[in-house]
Design a protein around this ligand. Sequence first.
Ligand code: BYC
Length: 315
Amino acid sequence: MKVLNSEELNRKFQEKIDNDIKIEPNDWMPDAYRQTLIRQISQHAHSEVVGMLPEGNWITRAPNLRRKAVLLAKVQDEAGHGLYLYSATETLGADREDTIDDLHSGKAKYSSIFNYPTLSWADMGAIGWLVDGAAIMNQVPLCRCSYGPYARAMVRVCKEESFHQRQGFEIMMKLANGSPEQKDMAQDALNRFWWPALMMFGPSDDDSPNSQQSMKWKIKRFSNDDLRQQFVDATVAQAALIGLTIPDPDLKFDKKSGHYIFGEINWNEFYEVVKGNGPCNKERIDARRKAKENGLWVREAAMAFSAKRAIKKSA
Ligand code: BYC
C-alpha cells in the first residue's frame, strides 16, 4: 500500500471535509484540527457543567413543585451534556482529568454567561429563554460539524436545549402577565441577561482568531456575528409577544436587509469576564474545585469496588 506524505494526507482530509464526509476518531486528521476540537469541545463541556451552578442555586427556592421538578430535570440534563462532551474529547485522545484540571487552573475557558449572578426567580426564565436560546442557535449548526462524535452528541443536546428554552420562555410569559411586581422582575432579568447573552456568540468576526480556520474545517458552519444576528432577529419578536422591552435604545428593524440593527456590545466587559474578572468567576471555579474534592471518596470507592470485582471475577 502506498504511504501518503503529509501534503497528500492534508489534501485528502480537506477533500473529505469539502464533500461533507464525517471525520471519525480513527481517521487521520491534522494535529491542529484535533487540538482545535479538543479546545472547543472541552470548553463546551466546562460551560455545561459550570452552567449548572447559577440554576442549581434556585432549585430549593423554586416557587412550586412543578417548577422545582422542571428545574431539577434541566440542571440534570446539563450534567448529561457535559458528560457526552467530555467523552467526545476522549475520542480525540484527550485525558478527561487533564481537561478538568485546565478548567480549575483557569487555563481553559468556559462560556462568559455563567459568570453573572442569578438574583431572582425570573433569572431562571431569562436563562432558559435567552441562554439556552442562544445555545440552540449556536449548536444546531454544530449537529453538522465535520467531526462525527461531536456532531452526533449535539443532536440530543439540541433536543434537550429546545425544551429548556421553552420552559424559560414559559416562566417569562407567566411573570410578564402576572402582577406589576412580577412583570418588573421579568423585565429586570431581561435587562441583566440580554447583553451577556449576545456575548455568548464570541467576539465579532474581525476579532475572532479561530473562526476562519474552523469554518474551513466545517467545525463552525456560521460565523459568530451571523449567529448573533439570527438570535437577535428571532428573540426581539418573542419579547414583544410577552410585552417586555429589549434593553437597547439603538435596536431598530432595517427593512432593506430584513434584520434588526442593534447597539454596540461592551467588548471591554466581555474580555474582562473571559479573563476571569466577571462578577462570579471566582465563585464558580471555587465551587467546581470543591465539588471535585468532596467527590473524591465516591470516585475512590467506585475504583476500589471495581478492582475488588475484577479480582473476584478472575478467581
Ligand atoms: N465565553 O476565535 P473565537 C449551555 C473565546 S452551555 C468565553 O471566536 P471560537 C448551557 C474562545 O474560546 C453552551 N470565552 O473562538 C449550559 C477563544 O478562546 P481560546 C456553551 C469565549 O472557538 C448550562 C477566544 O474567545 N456553548 O448552553 O472559534 C445551562 C476567541 O474566540 C466566548 C458552547 O460552548 C464566550 N462567550 O468560537 C444553560 C458552544 N466566546 O480558546 C445553558 C461551542 C469566545 O482561543 N463553542 N470565547 O483561548 C463554540 O461554538 C465556539 O467555541 C464559540 C467561540 C462560538 C463560543
